[in-house]
Design a protein around this ligand. Structure first.
Ligand code: SAM
Length: 276
């Protein structure tokens, strides 16, 4: 038995035939001390519904429940995992709801039901960035979540927390910096996963800003995409199709600057001044 009174994860994986599938981005965490550390990075969970994407065999799910989450709603695409997750549900009656399906098709705000909601996940690498961008660009602000505590490849984590002037700064840094305070909580080495990925991972903690600068999400996304799509070019060239030099002059930004020198507030100004 493990500290939570459930069988060790290795045994669970063996008994339910959960050999990891690469196509589903499956790199499992089997050490409950480590999943406990991730759960605790999300803060007090006693009054919280946690939304977890990709519970897999349930290592992080168990840690969330063991560390006091009032309720966990977990969305898993791999049906092979459902029987293992049902055992966790039985162990914590009424506290774990498992949704069988694709997180990319889920309506997350509808899962947040009254309680404080936090998102905590060891995300599948192939859909992690896309989910984060969706959560950062939700129409309603403040959003349905009080925080997000998410595992990414270290390189992606660095892009999320990147500040202007750094080579990692781009669309992710602008969107995350605009609407949240994002920090890297800690790194996780490849050997902590089964099977080990090729690179180091990091847990990122994002807390929504109470009052981000008002901006049209779609225009902000378009201007950052254009600017960083040609990041080595001067802005007058890279955002030519969105208004180029005239738009830059209108908001007082030197047209010879490059995307990575612009702060979030300057991108917001460009988005708000543009018509495209
Ligand atoms: N949470 C587990 C852990 O920490 O050991 C597993 C993490 S593993 C990196 C990613 C999990 O996401 C896998 O269980 C995989 O089946 C699941 N997954 C992959 N794509 C998904 C999707 N589109 N929707 C929901 N779950 C998905």
């Amino acid at each position: 038995m493990s500290i939570d009174g459930l069988p060790p994860l290795r045994e669970v994986i063996e008994r339910h035939g959960l050999q990891a599938k690469k196509a589903l981005g499956q790199n499992f965490l089997l050490d409950l001390n480590l999943t406990g550390k991730i759960a605790r990075s999300a803060g007090d969970l006693s009054q919280t519904t946690v939304i977890e994407v990709g519970p897999g065999p349930g290592g992080l799910t168990r840690a969330l429940l063991f560390n006091g989450a009032r309720r966990v709603v977990a969305i898993e695409r791999d049906e092979r995992c459902l029987s293992a997750l049902a055992e966790i549900s039985d162990h914590y009656p009424g506290r774990l709801e498992v949704i069988s399906g694709d997180a990319l098709k889920a309506d997350f705000s509808a899962l947040a039901t009254g309680d404080t909601t936090k998102i905590v996940a060891n995300l599948p690498y192939n859909v992690g960035t896309e989910l984060l961008v969706r959560w950062l660009t939700v129409g309603q602000w403040p959003p349905f979540y009080a925080s997000m505590t998410l595992m990414f490849q270290r390189e992606v984590a660095e892009r999320i927390v990147a500040k202007p002037g750094s080579s990692a700064y781009g669309r992710l840094g602008v969107l995350a910096g605009w609407r949240t305070e994002a920090t890297i909580a800690f790194d996780v080495p490849p050997q902590a996963f089964t099977p080990p990925p090729k690179v180091t991972s990091s847990v990122v903690h994002l807390v929504p800003r109470a009052a981000p600068l008002p901006a049209d999400v779609n225009r902000l996304a378009r201007v950052t995409e254009a600017a960083f799509g040609q990041r080595r070019k001067m802005l007058r060239q890279s955002i030519k199709s969105l208004g180029g030099e005239a738009l830059l002059n209108k908001v007082g930004i030197d047209p010879t600057r490059r995307a990575e020198t612009l702060g979030v507030e300057e991108f917001v100004a460009l988005a708000n001044a543009g018509t495209a």
